[in-house]
Ligand binder design. Structure first.
Ligand code: ZN
Length: 79
């Protein structure tokens, strides 16, 4: 069990929806390992296809595949 070492980090997903063209920002959080939490490069490389990320305008799911995520979503640290 390594869950104790995970850190909850506030992040934003910068969304570029290819279905409706909406460009927006979606505030959420991510459970990261201590190393990743302090490494903004690792955060930007992060790909999440487990929790559905949807466009707020057209409700299309943006992360069905890793490729969908990489093309439409970018994670940044929220301060
Ligand atoms: Zn959309």
């Amino acid at each position: 069990m390594k869950t104790a070492s995970n850190t909850i980090v506030n992040i934003s997903y910068i969304i570029d929806c290819r279905h409706c063209g909406r460009h927006t920002e979606y505030a959420t959080y991510a459970a990261l390992s201590a190393n990743d939490a302090n490494d903004s490069e690792a955060l930007m490389q992060r790909v999440d296809t487990e929790c559905a990320i949807r466009c707020p305008a057209c409700r299309s799911r943006l992360n069905i595949t890793e490729r969908d995520f990489r093309e439409q979503v970018r994670a940044v640290r929220r301060v």
